[in-house]
Design a protein around this ligand. Structure first.
Ligand code: ZN
Length: 411
């Protein structure tokens, strides 16, 4: 009896695994006919037909009839991911703005909102109220379509160790050790698949990686280094197609990499970190934009700084060139340390990507994937400020697709 049970369980697991392979193949390659799926997955046509029936019954895939390529004969039925009833939400807290995004199992955007919301540093309560409000608006809008949201990804411009419920630090909000997940959880209805908290940089890197890999020239992309400077200087590494986390999930922190052992004392306690010479606040101040930064905030001052550089302003260009000496050093070191195929530069660095590419040939030789080689493999980030949510929700979707039975998608 126990043996039969084990056998039945094992066959359920195998079926779930195979369903996951079919869904992942459709997710990567788009709509496909059963014969194409059989050839892509190496499964027998009959097995594939049985799996398709299960997926169609649960509306995880849908069929679309298209004319056969030759224009004659009967229409070719193609399968594509459906799952319009399975919706995942995310909310991203950044300085003075909250972005909300919800996608369904196929990755179609089902809800999107961006609100400018003051995020005064200190007591997290007002910010938590804003986050809860954003979550509730998203749920209400989707409920009107008859859809219940399964899960919430809470992403914050700060550092959250892997699997932690606590923001270790988020200097922009003046937070150290804030239990953000529980604070939000107390203010919203529970989600069937729960609430997950994470920092923004790794997810942003994963989203940029996915977007770059979707280009024909970079289809074989498996590893990138991502460096972003907007408030501070953050980074992440994607290796073998996955976020490379290190011991606590926070690899890597270019801003607090030592570039001058005899340099100024950093707020982190070390001496000569990159931020002591190339923090964006320092750069805009050097460019003569200190008053604007104090009055209108760093994002506005950085935008004005870039506009002045573009207009050929000598003062701004000199401040930029001073900073880029250090930024190039960190990009060079990161390439030598992680040997990525490409480097993606975000924040204001995306605007000055051309000026960072002039690295030594020995370093540039490390880079390269498909049609992107050397300097061309140092690219600007292309996604907007919903990038961290896109990354988080893509990973959530892929986890569901990989094991639909175990994820509870089969009823
Ligand atoms: Zn430091």
């Amino acid at each position: 009896m126990a043996g039969h049970k084990r056998a039945a369980l094992a066959s359920e697991d195998i079926r779930d695994h195979n369903l996951g392979i079919v869904l992942a193949t459709l997710d990567r390659g788009g709509a496909a006919a059963r014969a194409e799926l059989a050839s892509a997955t190496g499964m027998a046509r009959s097995a594939l037909s049985n799996l398709s029936t299960v997926l169609l019954e649960h509306a995880l895939v849908r069929a679309s009839a298209e004319r056969a390529d030759r224009g004659l004969g009967r229409p070719l039925e193609r399968l594509e991911i459906d799952g319009a009833h399975i919706v995942l939400a995310g909310v991203y807290l950044q300085v003075d703005a909250i972005v909300t995004l919800a996608v369904d199992l196929a990755g179609r955007v089902r809800y999107e909102e961006r609100v400018d919301a003051p995020t005064p540093p200190g007591d997290p309560t007002p910010v938590v109220e804003q986050l809860a409000g954003a979550v509730t608006r998203c749920r209400t809008a989707l409920a009107a379509e008859g859809v219940a949201v399964r899960s919430l990804d809470l992403v914050v411009a700060g550092v959250v160790p892997r699997g932690s419920d606590i923001v270790q630090y988020a200097l922009d909000f003046g937070w150290m050790g804030v239990a953000l997940r529980s604070l939000v959880q107390e203010r919203v209805e529970p989600f069937p698949d729960g609430i997950r908290l994470a920092g923004d940089t790794q997810y942003a890197a994963f989203a940029e990686f996915t977007a770059l890999k979707a280009q024909d020239a970079a289809a074989d992309l498996e590893s990138i280094v991502y460096i972003r400077s907007a408030t501070g200087i953050g980074g992440a590494v994607i290796a073998d197609g996955k976020i490379f986390g290190g011991a606590n999930g926070t690899v890597f922190t270019p801003g607090h990499t030592i570039v001058d052992p005899h340099g100024a004392l950093c707020e982190c306690g070390r001496r000569g970190c990159l931020v002591t010479v190339a923090d964006p606040e320092l750069i805009v101040d050097h460019a003569g934009l200190h008053d604007l930064r104090r009055a209108a905030g760093l994002p506005a001052a950085l935008a004005e700084f870039i506009a002045r550089v573009r207009a050929g302003d000598a003062h701004a260009s000199a401040a930029l060139e001073d900073a880029l000496l250090w930024i190039r050093m960190i990009v060079d070191n990161a390439i030598m340390m992680y040997a990525p195929q490409a480097v993606v530069l975000g924040g204001y660095l995306a605007e000055v990507c051309d000026r960072i590419r002039g690295l030594h040939g020995t370093t540039l030789d490390v880079l390269g994937v498909g049609g992107l080689r050397g300097q061309q493999a140092i690219v600007p980030a292309r996604l907007g400020d919903s990038a961290p949510l896109q990354g988080a929700l893509t990973l959530r979707r892929r986890a569901l697709l990989a094991a639909p039975g175990r994820s509870g998608l089969l009823g």
